[in-house]
Each structure stands twice: as C-alpha cells, then as structure tokens.
Design a protein around this ligand. Sequence first.
Ligand SMILES: CC(C)(COP(=O)(O)OP(=O)(O)OC[C@H]1O[C@@H](n2cnc3c(N)ncnc32)[C@H](O)[C@@H]1OP(=O)(O)O)[C@@H](O)C(=O)NCCC(=O)NCCS
Length: 161
Amino acid sequence: MSDHHMLYSICSVPAERVLSLRSEVLLDGNAESSRFVHDDEVSTLHLAVCEHEEIVAVATVCREALPGSTSAKEWRLRGVAVEPRLRGYGFGRLLIKLCLDHVQKEGGRTAWCTARESARGFYEALGFASSAPPFQLPSRGDVLFHEMQYVLSGEAISDTE
Ligand SMILES: CC(C)(COP(=O)(O)OP(=O)(O)OC[C@H]1O[C@@H](n2cnc3c(N)ncnc32)[C@H](O)[C@@H]1OP(=O)(O)O)[C@@H](O)C(=O)NCCC(=O)NCCS
C-alpha cells in the first residue's frame, strides 16, 4: 500500500449524489427544484469531484435538443457547480471536458447550456459562444441568462476501437 493519499477523485455518480451541491450553489438551497427532467435517463451523465468523501464539484450532461430544435445530436449541460473555496483550480474546466467527451462518445454534435451572466466568461474560456439573445427566467427575474453552445468536431470515438 502507498503512504500517499489521493486528495481529489472524479467519478460518475447517480443523480441523487449531485442534488445537494447543485441546489446549494445554483438554487439558493431550494432542494425541491433541484431535480431536472432528464436526470434519470440512462444516457445522462452525472459527474462529481470528491475531496475525500465530500462532493465539491458537480456537472450533468443529458440528451436534450436546443429550444426550437428536435435534433437527437444536441446535449445540454446542467447543474455545473463548484464549491466556492475551490473555484479557479480547473475543476469546472475538467468537468465540462469530460461531459464533452461523453457527448462525443454518444455521437452528439452540439453541447449547449443556459449560462447565468456570471458564468458566461467561464463558458467562453472553454470555447462556447452565445447562440441566442440573453433572456430572463420568470423564476429568476434578477439574473440574465445566455444560451451558449459548443460544436464538437470530428467523428464519434468508437468504444470498440
Ligand atoms: C462557473 C464555475 C462552474 C467555474 O468553475 P471553476 O472550477 O472555478 O472554473 P475553472 O477553474 O475550471 O476555470 C476555467 C476557465 O474559466 C475561467 N473562468 C472561471 N470562472 C469564470 C467566470 N466566472 N468568469 C470568467 N471566466 C471564468 C478561468 O479563468 C479559466 O480560464 P483559463 O483556464 O483560461 O485561466 C464556478 O465558478 C461555479 O460553480 N460558479 C457558480 C455556479 C455557476 O454559475 N455555474 C454555472 C451554471 S450557469
């Protein structure tokens, strides 16, 4: 056995395990609205960064077409949240990268998200661009949201190759 201990690990987890940090960071602690419609679909991926046993960053990606579209190749990023004390370490970037890998593996072409104004620069740093005029949500009248998207390049990576 090694004397060294892993500080952080990242794994795919069931939806139940991302809800707490998701609601804490993104929904003002409102646990009731912390479940998203595609959370339990088999193609949906929930990722969590753990610091020892504690979940400190989460992200979800699910198959969902852009508003006004019916494409099965569009995937939505949701519930991307990093605990405040651990922001700026690259966990957000890593989570999005792994979500995009999942989209690519599943044959998806586009990843999109609804980014609040404060997170727009984060998605821009990762190569996302605004795809619609900014808008407000009735539930969050104080926050401006941006629909942002990222087009994946190349062919899907086959599992069998
Ligand atoms: C937005 C959030 C997920 C970013 O996670 P993070 O782990 O701190 O981000 P990273 O350290 O991976 O940053 C990746 C890049 O984005 C940039 N970046 C990160 N947050 C940013 C922000 N709010 N505005 C502008 N740029 C930002 C970083 O500078 C970095 O760029 P670089 O690699 O060129 O230096 C995190 O701040 C968060 O949880 N915020 C609150 C919840 C939220 O807004 N989630 C998004 C849902 S809309």
